[in-house]
Design a protein around this ligand. Sequence first.
Ligand code: NAD
Length: 383
Amino acid sequence: MKLFTQDFDPATEPRCAVTPDTARKLLSLGLEVSVAPDTGKASNHPDTQFTDAGATIASDPAQALSSADIVAAVDKPSLETVSRLKPGSWFLGMIDPFNRQDLIRAFAEAKINAVSLEMIPRTTLAQKMDVLSSQANLAGYEAVIEAAKISRKLLPMMMTPAGTISPSRVFVIGVGVAGLQAIATAKRLGARVEAFDTRPVVEEQVKSLGAKFIKIDLGEMGQTDQGYAKELTPEQLEKQRQAQGEICARSDIVVTTAKLFGRPAPKLILPDVVAKMQPGSVIVDLAAETGGNVAWTDNEAELKAAGEVVVTDNGVTILRYAKFENLVSTHASQVYATNIYNFIEHFWDKENQTLKLNLEDEILKGCLLTKDGQIIHDKFKQA
Ligand code: NAD
């Protein structure tokens, strides 16, 4: 089988779906691996590293794309690109299925086995292929590092002959994969860390990292069978905002990571709270890509048009990069490409040198969107 990889959006996507290391492993499964020129450049993998690993740099990427049995990607292809894929071939990537139903239909029409890696079930067995976790983990780390760079304060306590410097206060809202790593990173740097999540099961994890869990009684909360947070009622959301406002106001760094799977993120910090924060404090909004957890103005148009870095009139910096993991693209590529390799290896039929299309498999059922010209995923059949 032939595997091909390329950046579909080289202007904004620094990560790559195959690294020289995973190319070597894919070759040893028996796959032919070809890579479009410069695919690994922005993650510090020049073409020579791929050729040293035994992969081919495609001299005609368009032809390599159309003849590939598996296309591995990070970002989404255009509709036109989908129409050039080989019928019966596999596409593995982050397809953003909740927002790109047009793309799902295009995959079905082109008779592609389209795998949305974001839809891989959050189970122990599938953890090695879980791209949401592998990327969120790095984003959580990078959120704290970026905030620390901008904050004019130290994170650790420091005893100096000129007096004691107090540790920075960090407040993490939303303690999933990214939030846990943000807590761990801030603790390693010596900050005083507090955290809150609507899923009560998280309290123990927060405490085990040495941080303080903020208890807010919101009544009935909980999580879905996949472990995702349930959406709060408007009353619960208001209660949460009231309870955490004072904590935000006294924090030097606030990291918000609260997402709702497949839906816009809840607005957890409103302009009144931003206005109470101290000059120089930093908010990192890890949910910016799905609408953001933070609103520093009531002006909807201003919120929509805002860039990646906002500095408010009272001197609060809000970081809103869509993908913090892209700031550490070498390691983000390493773990993403390993997720893809693990997926292929898991479904690889050694004897017949092909991917097994086993629709009884729970992992495949969770992430395969289209097959034989049909949309087969339960969540997107109506697309
Ligand atoms: P996510 O990115 O969907 O959300 C981030 C966090 O925000 C979650 O912890 C969520 O509870 C929280 N949140 C949502 N609304 C909130 C609000 N109003 N206030 C405060 N917090 C709020 O989460 P994720 O990191 O993708 O993790 C989702 C689930 O999957 C978790 O239960 C996690 O433990 C689980 N998980 C399991 C595995 C595995 O078993 N293999 C791997 C990764 C994640």
